[in-house]
Design a binder for this molecule. Structure first.
Ligand code: PRP
Ligand code: URA
Length: 209
């Protein structure tokens, strides 16, 4: 069974509250997605291996810790996942970016994939799939399947807000994929929206409503 890492941090809780407020502007919402993305990346990379390198500080020589050069790909689920990419790249500047285009049918809530472009060596990379919302879990489930089809073996899922329904779906379909999230909300409403949630993340990031 995969692990769910819920961010237990006042900065994340505070920033999410501003995002949840329906009066928050598009610009502020977008900035906050990116900032929380950066903070969750901190948690999602806690287990990346370190090696040492020889340096000289102004005081003395030292064998100092440095990241072992693990290859990482961040995979935003379009559109809303794009909002998280900047924050992840600020923490992991050398990461490659793969895009997966997906939308949820408003009636059936089933995901439809319309685009997928990955680096050639995606199978050798640690993959971090990012999307602000884990609702039914259909989109994340399908995105994980796409990455597995391409040979990826080490996959993590990072979201801002999840609900138990979506978490259960991912844990059942992909027990090897850990989930990192900013908060776990109560439930889905009859339209498949997270309650209390933050509304339609894509529309709020891109100002399309
Ligand atoms: C939203 C969100 C997720 C999906 C979550 O995208 O960004 O991708 O819904 O719902 P699920 O867990 O039930 O699949 P949407 O389909 O609205 O597309 P958009 O990003 O283009 O707005
Ligand atoms: N997608 C969103 O953007 N918001 C939700 O609450 C659920 C799915």
């Amino acid at each position: 069974m995969s692990t769910v890492h819920v961010m237990d941090h006042p900065l994340v809780a505070h920033k999410l509250t501003i995002m949840r407020d329906k009066n928050t502007s598009v610009k502020e919402f977008r900035d906050l997605v990116s900032e929380i993305g950066m903070l969750i990346t901190y948690e999602a990379t806690r287990d990346i291996p370190l090696t040492t390198t020889h340096i000289e500080t102004p005081i003395c020589p030292m064998e100092a810790p440095t990241i072992a050069g693990k290859k990482i790909a961040v995979v935003p689920i379009l559109r809303a996942g794009l909002g998280l990419v900047e924050g992840v790249l600020r923490m992991i500047p050398s990461a490659r970016v793969a895009h997966i285009g997906m939308y949820r049918d408003e009636e059936t809530l089933e995901p439809h994939t319309y685009f997928c472009k990955t680096p050639k060596d995606i199978a050798e990379r640690e993959v971090l799939i990012v999307d602000p919302m884990l609702a039914t879990g259909g989109s994340a489930d399908a995105a994980i399947c796409e990455m597995k089809k391409r040979g990826c073996k080490h996959i993590k899922l990072m979201v801002l807000v999840a609900v138990p329904e979506g978490i259960r779906r991912i844990q059942t379909s992909h027990p090897d994929v850990d989930i990192y999230c900013g908060a776990v909300d109560s439930h889905l409403n009859e339209h498949g929206y997270i309650v209390p949630g933050l509304g339609d993340a894509g529309d709020r990031i891109f100002g399309t409503k």
